[in-house]
Design a protein around this ligand. Structure first.
Ligand SMILES: [Mg+2]
Length: 226
């Protein structure tokens, strides 16, 4: 059973994206950070839209690419800004309270587990957050699109995870909160799907194999299929 991260295992806390970029802007332009913070936010929105919002998952990249797309003066402290931006997220990332129990329950039922996150953040940061939440050792393989050429809903992203686990897509179930990126994407790659419903995400016309409101409902889905 394979999982999305944001809004699935983790709790979304994206209500101050500009504030996050302000940490980077304060490093790059300490005398007047606000216009740069705004440009960084706009660059991030454009980055997501091109790849996932209107794109089909083709292309990927890293946070550093977004910063460099705005802060193109090579004398600026891009790496310092990157560290400030990533560090600012530490206090805002959280995970579902039931995540460890659910993952353990799924493993107890004989399933292996994996993670596939659409992200421009680096692997190290994600793995540290998962470790601090006690989830890292409960996920047999973790794939972050910042390390890939493509992102969900592109089939290559899903196949990177199934390959990492050494399993066929048809043996897998993908769990996510976004109907297009997670569910339609996983179906396109040949996986079964479970949609976590009721999240504040773009609608898309797709029919998952199961739909439940809470992460804690997943063991019951597997029991019903058994
Ligand atoms: Mg998500």
């Amino acid at each position: 059973m394979l999982f999305d991260w944001g809004g699935t295992l983790s709790t979304s806390n994206n209500d101050d994206l500009l504030g996050m970029w302000r940490h980077a802007a304060l490093v790059l332009a300490p005398a007047d950070p606000e216009p740069l913070a705004q440009r960084l936010l706009e660059a991030e929105h454009a980055w997501w839209d091109e790849r996932v919002g209107v794109g089909d998952g083709t292309g990927s990249g890293r946070t550093e690419d977004i910063i460099r797309s705005v802060a193109d003066d090579t004398h600026l402290d891009v790496l310092g800004a990157l560290a400030a931006y990533h560090g600012a997220w530490d206090a805002r990332v959280g995970h579902e309270d039931c995540a460890a129990e659910v993952l353990q329950g799924i493993r107890d039922r004989g399933w292996r587990t994996g993670l596939l996150s659409n992200t421009h953040w680096p692997r190290d940061q994600h793995e540290r957050w998962l470790s601090e939440a006690g989830l890292l050792g409960l996920l047999d393989a973790r794939v972050y699109t910042s390390d890939l050429r493509h992102m969900k809903p592109h089939a290559e992203a899903f196949l990177a995870l199934t390959s990492a686990l050494g399993v066929e897509p048809a043996q897998c179930v993908f769990v996510g909160d976004r109907p297009r990126d997670d569910i339609a994407g996983a179906q396109g790659a040949g996986l079964r799907t479970v949609l976590l419903t009721g999240r504040d995400v773009p609608a898309f016309d797709v029919v998952p194999d199961a739909a439940v409101p809470e992460l804690s409902d997943l063991p019951a889905v597997l029991d019903a299929w058994a």
